[in-house]
Design a protein around this ligand. Structure first.
Ligand SMILES: Nc1ncnc2c1ncn2[C@@H]1O[C@H](COP(=O)(O)OP(=O)(O)OP(=O)(O)O)[C@@H](O)[C@H]1O
Length: 278
């Protein structure tokens, strides 16, 4: 099942169309999977969308105190947003709301489309949680399988008759592996034997298979050595070209160069636009 040797970390800079290959193994096909590529007409449009958090408050059920108090921010598509701030200020709580794991007590989390003149086009829509991926802190602690393939296909449909869906997921898997520079690792390798940086890549790939519009990362560099930190930061820089990233981190030195917008979470759950302090 070995696909080939490890990619060098430098290879992550080359995000392009993945080669059509091997991933039929993921769905048990004997024939190689053919990925249909249709030619899309070129439409030039300067419209863009933003994820907008509007006046969000959150109070856990059964408690008297708000963890988040009137949080507002807007993050443009295909940009990198950073939230920093003191421990216990409410950063993870906000990420959980964005990922749909909890609901705001008040306020809303929307997608707003804008025209090239900067004015809203149509009404905003609630952010669909299935379009949000989240990579928790130390994601490798949650790996459950003893090989890379089972780890990444863990939640896939098992019943008969879902071949089309599996083919779709498999083609996404191929692309996700390529994006994170994992497309030459042996699929039968034990995920726990991967290096720290490659474990993080695997955790990212698992989320990217679902093609999220927004990918949320909680402390993506925590616990990594300097080389792996630089490697993951470089990867995030490349991913920003494909999707919107929102990161909570204390590791400001490595990430500041990627940041398009940043905010400080104040104790008491108040979010303020602020550059990372360096
Ligand atoms: N369900 C809950 N009930 C009561 N308090 C909670 C609940 N969830 C979180 N808290 C409290 O809310 C505060 C904010 O927690 P949160 O984990 O969001 O902070 P954080 O800024 O992400 O911290 P860290 O940087 O240490 O991860 C903390 O004081 C935490 O103890």
């Amino acid at each position: 099942m070995a696909v080939s040797a490890f990619l060098s970390p430098a290879s992550i800079s080359a995000i392009a169309e993945p080669p059509t290959s091997f991933y039929s193994v993921a769905i048990g096909r004997k024939q190689p999977l053919k990925i249909r590529r249709t030619k899309k007409p070129r439409v030039v449009s300067c419209d863009y969308s933003c994820i907008e958090v509007r006046d969000v408050c959150y109070r856990p059920p059964g408690t008297q105190l708000n963890i988040l108090n009137g949080v507002n921010f807007s993050l443009r598509e295909k940009s990198f947003g950073l939230i920093f701030g003191k421990s216990g200020s409410g950063k993870t709580t906000l990420l959980q709301l964005l990922a749909g794991l909890n609901k705001p007590t008040s306020g809303s989390i929307c997608i707003q489309r804008y025209g090239e003149d900067g004015h809203p086009k149509a009404d905003s829509e609630l952010l669909p949680t299935e379009k949000v991926g989240i990579v928790f802190q130390f994601p490798e602690r949650f790996f459950v399988a003893d090989n890379v393939l089972d780890e990444i296909t863990f939640g896939w449909p098992r019943q008969k008759g879902s071949l089309e869906l599996k083919e779709h997921l498999t083609s996404n898997l191929q692309r996700a592996f390529h994006w994170v520079g994992l497309d030459s690792i042996p699929l039968d390798k034990d995920p726990q034997l991967l290096s720290g940086g490659y474990k993080r890549r695997l955790a990212l790939a698992i989320q990217l298979v679902q093609t999220p519009d927004l990918l949320i990362l909680d402390e993506p560099l925590a616990g990594l050595d300097w080389k792996a930190r630089a490697d993951v930061a470089k990867l995030l820089k490349q991913l920003k070209k494909q999707l919107t990233l929102l990161v909570v981190s204390h590791d400001l030195r490595e990430l500041t160069a990627l940041v398009d917008q940043s905010w400080r979470m104040e104790t008491g759950g108040v979010l303020l636009a602020e550059r990372p302090p360096l």
